[in-house]
Ligand binder design. Structure first.
Ligand code: HSE
Length: 408
């Protein structure tokens, strides 16, 4: 509303936006935007049952009542704009199929990486056979926290700041446990692979267990830790994963800090990706929502339908399971600082055919008898890694283990 009141330029777009009605949950809540109070109601039928309303903008979030409002809007002949990645990443197939059948448009660019319109960029690539992989920092809160920790701040202070600045979800565990990123990856990869990929099928790890020591070790190995969402086409199927990742310092995503989002698109036969950087939350997302309203209004007036085809794929695509992944790792341990500990761990890794390519320790991080220790290993397949870690966990002197994947 504020964006439309202050900045919207209908001479630029050629589209007039009349905000006819706003439906809110709590009429008494004070709001700092100016809007005709008579047009605010708490009854969704004030929008859904009005035939003169063409576009419904859903900004509630979560599954319900968003899903019913979106579906009913489509049934009643309205187009929809939504920034709700959660509902799309779970019920996208149903929503897009219904919209296609009833010839209604859905504007949903603001749902992933706010202002960057990355869904549009992917959508407009003439052939998806061209795209080998996408790699993104799609959760601003996680990236903000890791950047602040790089600067020496604590995890909890950084999380609180991200919340206060409005980057985090109302329930920040959605951010730090990788759920928000998995939802966004579901939408990005559904477009690229042409089949609906429910976010619940995506393997994910959050950033909540990463410590400042991990960030230091990553640096000694020539990497920074970024919260990545990855989708890759492989001969075995589609690889989808969300996790904190050691990214080489020279990679374009390594330079993306704070609450910024970024997406790197890898095309076959080209080493350097196309990378887009921008902001995903707050005011920048408002710009994208208004751009979606304009886009959908234009298509409506011309009778055009422009929806992602997420059910067209004839490929026998299947989502790979986590045991099939093969990546190098940085294995971080908290161990008792005693002779032979490194040797014991190295022996077990060797027994599983896992090759060590680097070892790091920062003695000043020792707390009491407990010392962090990081071992960088080449890829050996997740099955071998997890079997080895299970055995290492049984050693009395090993207190905690965090395996962090390395992107190469
Ligand atoms: N909570 C999200 C983030 C913003 O931190 O990126 C909205 O998608």
């Amino acid at each position: 509303v504020d964006y439309i009141n202050r900045l919207y330029d209908k001479d630029k777009t050629g589209v007039e936006i009349n905000l006819e009605r706003i439906v809110v949950k709590d009429l008494l809540k004070s709001r700092d935007v100016s809007f005709d109070e008579e047009k605010i109601s708490d009854d969704r039928d004030d929008i859904l049952r009005r035939d003169d309303i063409d576009i419904v903008v859903e900004l509630i979030g979560g599954y319900e009542p968003s899903l019913s409002i979106i579906l009913e809007s489509i049934e009643r002949g309205k187009d929809v704009v939504t920034a709700n990645k959660a509902v799309l990443a779970k019920y996208g197939y149903e929503i897009f199929s219904k919209a296609r059948r009833l010839r209604r448009n859905i504007g949903f660019q603001a749902s992933v990486c706010g202002e960057m319109r990355v869904l549009d960029i992917l959508f407009n690539i003439p052939s998806f056979k061209d795209v080998e992989a996408i790699l993104g920092i799609v959760n601003g809160t996680s990236n903000y926290i890791l950047s602040r920790m790089e600067d020496g701040e604590s995890y909890y202070d950084a999380l609180e700041e991200a919340y206060e600045k409005g980057y985090a979800e109302r329930d920040p565990s959605l951010d730090v446990e990788g759920i928000d990123a998995a939802q966004k990856l579901s939408l990005l990869s559904s477009i690229v692979f042409g089949i609906f990929l429910d976010f619940e099928g995506i393997s994910r790890e959050g950033i909540s267990r990463v410590t400042k020591s991990d960030i230091k070790y990553a640096k000694t190995f020539g990497y920074v830790i970024r919260p990545l969402a990855i989708a890759k086409r492989r001969s075995e199927g589609i690889e989808l994963r969300v996790h904190p990742t050691l990214v080489p310092e020279t990679h374009p995503l390594a330079a993306v800090r704070d609450e910024n989002n970024a997406l790197s698109i890898y095309f076959y036969g080209r080493k350097e990706p196309l990378t887009v950087i921008g902001k995903g939350a707050g005011e920048p997302a408002a710009r994208s929502i208004v751009a979606d309203i304009v886009d959908v209004a234009r298509k409506r007036s011309r009778g055009l339908l422009n929806l992602p085809r997420i059910e067209y794929s004839s490929e026998k695509s299947r989502v790979m399971s986590v045991e099939e992944f093969e990546t190098p790792y940085c294995l971080r341990f908290f161990v008792e600082d005693k002779p032979g500990t490194l040797g014991n761990i190295a022996l077990i890794l060797g027994n599983y055919g896992i090759n060590i390519s680097g070892v790091a320790q920062v003695p000043e991080d020792k707390v009491g008898d407990i010392m962090p220790l990081a071992i960088k290993v080449d890829s050996a397949g997740d099955e071998a890694i997890y079997k080895a870690l299970k055995e290492i966990r049984r050693l009395d002197r090993v207190k905690e283990i965090l395996p962090i994947r390395i992107y190469e």
